[in-house]
Design a protein around this ligand. Structure first.
Ligand SMILES: Nc1ncnc2c1ncn2[C@@H]1O[C@H](COP(=O)(O)OP(=O)(O)OP(=O)(O)O)[C@@H](O)[C@H]1O
Length: 652
């Protein structure tokens, strides 16, 4: 008879002996993984594998791996520290963008097995994955349909090696742990470049090359930067490149030609190196300011962009209406400006900057008056600031804050400052005095000349347009392979027709009623059919007037409601005050009854002691039914104790 141990639950040793469940390894494992010894027994019984033998080996292998990982990391860190050169690039520095753009164009990046792909220019960090802007744009076939859109790639997180000028370099991309919790993913990134050897010159060469390529690529573009905050906090503002645009030709801005010439000559003269010396020799701060004012949509921003394109300067835009704009953030932004650039401050009529210094220091007040006025202003300002402070740390920008920034050390000399506003009348004289604003340019609603110019600007044929003259029905058709002569004749006829239509259009649009932007809106609705635009001009005028009237009515209604609410509030406050005073008087009268020979005061004192019900019958009680003391002033107005006068029947 063979004794089969399978019915036993005891683990067995390879020798055929049962495992001792109390053996140290099993006991320890059982402690951490309850039921492990049962599992080990079953494996041994059915698979004939003794875990008792393998576990120590596995543990040893694990320990060795761990030790290797730590030691290799340590040695690599030491190696990097002593025998490698490393350059770290900060996320908020423009170099970050420059390097990633360079990396995106490299072979190793395209051949990377783990990578980031990007197809959209609208991606927040599209420039990380794109080198050639043209590459990115869609291509169109002759029917105007998109045919293809190139994808661009950069290596994903981790370490990547590549050769540069015969040297092995290392590109590392990683997330920083501390930032992960507070920032969005792309902002947590850190990148570094390293090379073997203690001489970092190859890294510097690479960075220099990347920068030069980047700048040469942007040479023909207008770079637009905006003051933004990554976290939405004013304390975290910095300039972010938001766009690289094909420069807007100066001729496309519709403005008085002599004015345009004047601006260009003024800025050219200012930017000339000799002028800088001239300023320096005379100790005059080397800066120049321009104020563009006028109704919305009349071309203020367009002119600023066109100037940036014309003078090949970057434009840095910050809106003073923005929630992130306060003294601290604006000061930081100004301190980060390059030497030569255009700074566009939009909406300078924004709240906080609209009270004038004249209000604070009127010349016709004596010293005491000035002091009182000043005090009342300070209180007002404090209240304003307090209100603003509720919304954001640091509060809103104040006038003196802005002036400090414009004149202070943070303001870069050599920049062209452009301020825009819709309400020049609201601006403090100090803000626009010479030295801060050296030239003021007015933008107005479209007159007949401007209207026809807007029309021509939209419909004039420009080389490179893929559309050619009108069909018989007034629409334009796509280019077909025609003889050059024929095309030229057609273009001539088209240009003549556009001239006539422009005049017709201008005749239909009432002068000084619509902004160029509004007219452009209408024309863009019919961009392939100028005749339709002319035909629809009357309807546009009617419709826009109607909409404006409705808007005005809505706003008037809103104002009326606000007025009523304000009055009701005031009334309530007045009444509360009267009640409180009446109560106070009553208490006083009770405590020390008024003793006087005057019959009027006696009556009043008697009335004060009378029960309220009897007074009500006299009709001399405040609407709440509480007691009021009434006298008459010299003009015959009844005066309640609150001090507010109401007309009596004797009033006219
Ligand atoms: N004088 C102009 N010349 C050429 N285009 C104009 C002109 N005025 C307005 N436009 C067109 O109208 C649009 C809005 O113009 P823009 O942004 O320059 O106006 P704005 O005066 O800066 O307005 P806002 O005060 O609201 O900022 C643009 O697309 C621009 O092309």
């Amino acid at each position: 008879m063979v004794d089969i141990p399978s019915c036993s639950t005891e683990p067995i040793a390879p020798s055929g002996r049962l495992h001792d469940p109390g053996s140290p390894p099993l006991a320890a494992l059982d402690y951490f993984f309850p039921g492990f010894s049962m599992l080990a027994g079953a494996i041994q019984r059915y698979l004939h594998i003794d875990l008792n033998v393998y576990i120590p080996i596995a543990l040893l292998a694990g320990a060795l791996t761990l030790a290797w990982s730590y030691t290799s990391q340590y040695f690599l860190a030491q190696l990097e520290h002593h025998f490698m050169s490393v350059v770290d690039i900060r996320t908020d520095d423009e170099m970050h963008e420059i390097l990633l753009t360079w990396v995106a164009s490299q072979k190793f990046s395209k051949g990377s097995r783990r990578f980031v792909v990007n197809a959209s220019r609208n991606s927040r960090y599209w420039y990380w994955w794109s080198w050639d802007d043209d590459e990115e744009e869609d291509e169109y076939d002759e029917n105007g349909k998109t045919t293809k859109k190139k994808l661009t790639y950069t290596p994903s997180l981790g370490t990547h090696h590549f050769w540069y000028r015969g040297r092995l370099l290392q590109f590392r991309r990683k997330f920083t742990k501390e930032q992960k919790a507070t920032m969005i993913a792309s902002d947590c990134e850190e990148i570094s470049l390293s090379c073997f050897g203690r001489d970092p010159s190859v890294l510097k060469q690479l960075l220099q090359e990347a920068r030069e390529r980047y700048l040469s690529k942007d040479e023909k573009k207008t770079l637009i930067y905006r003051g933004t905050s990554r976290t939405g906090l004013a304390s975290d503002t910095s300039w972010r490149r938001c766009m690289a645009r094909t420069p807007r030709p100066f001729s496309t801005v519709i403005l008085n030609e002599s004015k345009k010439k004047e601006i260009i000559e003024d800025i050219s003269d200012y930017l000339c190196p000799a002028t800088q010396r001239w300023y320096a020799n005379r100790g005059i701060p080397y800066r120049r300011g321009y104020l563009l004012y006028g109704p919305p949509g009349t071309g203020k921003s367009s002119l600023s962009l066109a100037l940036a394109g014309y003078f090949k300067m970057r434009i840095y835009i910050v809106s003073l209406n923005s929630m992130i704009t306060n003294e601290e953030s604006l000061s930081t932004l100004f301190s980060e400006l390059p030497r030569r650039c255009i700074v566009l401050l939009e909406d300078i009529d924004t709240a906080g900057l609209t009270h004038t210094r004249e209000e604070e220091e009127p010349s016709n007040l004596d010293d005491q008056g000035k002091e009182e006025k000043q005090k009342s202003h300070e209180t007002k300002d404090n209240d304003k600031d307090k209100d603003a402070d509720k919304g954001q740390p640091g509060g809103r920008l104040s006038l003196s804050g802005l002036l400090n920034i414009l004149d202070g050390v943070a303001s870069q000399e050599g920049r062209v400052l452009i301020m825009t506003t819709n309400h020049i009348e609201k601006l403090d004289k100090a803000l626009i005095r010479p030295g801060r604003i050296d030239m003021t340019i007015k933008f107005g609603l479209a007159d007949a000349e401007m209207t026809s110019a807007v029309f021509r600007a939209i419909y004039t044929y420009i080389d490179g347009d893929d559309l050619i003259p009108l069909n018989a029905d007034g629409t334009r058709k796509l280019v077909s392979p025609e003889s050059l002569e024929q095309t030229a004749r057609k273009r001539e006829a088209y240009a003549a027709e556009i001239e006539v239509l422009a005049e017709e259009f201008a005749a239909k649009i009432p002068a000084l009623e619509f902004s160029p932007a509004e007219l452009q809106g209408l024309l863009l609705r019919h961009k392939r059919n100028p005749r339709a635009a002319v035909e629809n001009a009357d309807a546009f005028v009617e419709q826009t007037r109607k909409e404006r009237k409705e808007k005005e009515l809505r706003e008037a209604e809103k104002r009326r409601k606000a007025e009523i609410a304000k009055k009701a509030k005031e009334e309530k406050q007045k009444q509360e005050k009267m009640e409180a005073e009446a109560k106070e008087n009553k208490q006083e009268n009770k405590q020390e009854p008024v003793k006087t020979d005057s019959p009027a005061t006696e009556t009043a004192a008697k009335k004060a002691e009378e029960p309220i019900a009897s007074i009500i019958s006299d009709g001399d009680v405040a609407p709440t039914g509480k007691l009021q003391i009434e006298t008459k002033d010299t003009a015959g107005h009844k005066r309640h104790d609150s001090g507010y006068a109401t007309p009596t029947s004797s009033d006219p």
